[in-house]
Write a protein that binds this ligand. Structure first.
Ligand code: GLV
Length: 306
């Protein structure tokens, strides 16, 4: 029995090396691999649609990311458990990405940058951190971690989830009505929602206009949650004063996208959750060993120090 490995983001050599260290008892076959009967676990990221049905003895898919949208889009996906990668190192990287931009928007660095272009020396007062409200959309494991990290950093941290959830030191909202309440008292909105039928295009004209004028948006989950035309209108009208966008409905972002050259948009190429083979391979290997013993894969996020 062997593992099929395919990480379309590269680093294959580092992953293979890490697996040799953490799972010496199991053979690792790098995709494409023809002895399909041997494959028991598929460790994959952006794997080609329709391929996973070829492995008759597949017991689980270990996704090398948190988002499973490319797997959900595979109509031939075998009905085996999907284990998401929830590496604490990736969670910390995402939280730091968000904190960086929250601080950027909070301290007015955006505006100082524009002032610099006009050689303008002029100071303004910003609210105290504890009065600056950062609202996370989506309290999955990553959203929850980010909301806690922002609270710990001294900001007012709020979060909305479809179903009710309580998180220490985070003001939690749920359901459609409370979403409006949270948005109306938000300075920076952070999107951590997965993309699915319910969330596709959810950050639209109505939602953006429920925010007070001149607020900020950070997107670290999926671009499909944003209605791009509505966000661009909101940016052009000043309803949204600045946006840090790490993910896009179509990646790589098209050359013609107005986001690239928009003066109030910061584009990064889907890097907020930087993943390292040595730490992530350990999480995946632990989960394979657990499943081999008939145990559930490990809920790794419960081991965050919060
Ligand atoms: C990255 O986008 C992930 O889903 O982990």
């Amino acid at each position: 029995m062997a593992i099929l490995f395919n990480n379309q983001d590269g680093q294959t050599e580092q992953w293979v090396k890490a697996f040799e260290e953490y799972l010496p008892s199991m053979a690792l076959h790098v995709y494409p691999h023809t002895a399909v009967e041997e494959i028991k676990y598929a460790v994959v990221w952006n794997h080609p649609k329709g391929d996973l049905k070829r492995y008759p003895n597949l017991k689980a898919i270990l996704n090398l990311g948190a988002g499973t949208d490319y797997l959900d889009a595979d109509p031939d996906l075998p009905k085996v458990p999907i284990v998401r990668l929830l590496d604490p190192v990736v969670g910390i990287n995402m939280a730091q990405y968000v904190l960086y931009w929250v601080m950027h928007f909070h301290r007015g660095y955006e505006q100082y940058r524009h002032q610099q272009m006009q050689a303008q020396w002029s100071r303004f007062q910003v609210p105290q951190m504890s009065d600056f409200r950062v609202s996370v959309l989506g309290l999955g494991l990553i959203g929850e971690y980010i909301a806690k990290y922002l609270a710990q950093s001294g900001f007012t941290s709020q979060a909305w989830n479809r179903s009710t959830k309580d998180v220490d030191n985070v003001r939690c909202f749920s359901g459609p009505e409370q979403l409006t309440d949270m948005l109306a008292s938000t300075d920076v909105l952070v999107n951590c929602l997965p993309v699915n039928q319910q969330t596709q295009g959810m950050i639209n004209h109505t939602l953006l206009n429920t925010l007070p004028k001149g607020r900020f948006l950070i997107n670290v989950s999926r671009g499909g949650v944003i209605n791009d035309a509505d966000l661009l209108n909101a940016l052009n009208s000043g309803q949204i004063k600045g946006a840090a966008l790490d993910t896009f409905a179509c990646e790589p972002l098209e050359q013609t996208s107005p986001y690239w050259l928009h003066p109030n948009v910061h584009v990064t190429p889907h890097i907020s959750g930087a993943t390292y083979a040595d730490t992530s391979a350990r999480v995946v290997a632990d989960n394979i060993l657990r499943m081999e013993k008939g145990e559930q894969p490990f809920p790794i996020y419960s081991h965050f120090p919060y």
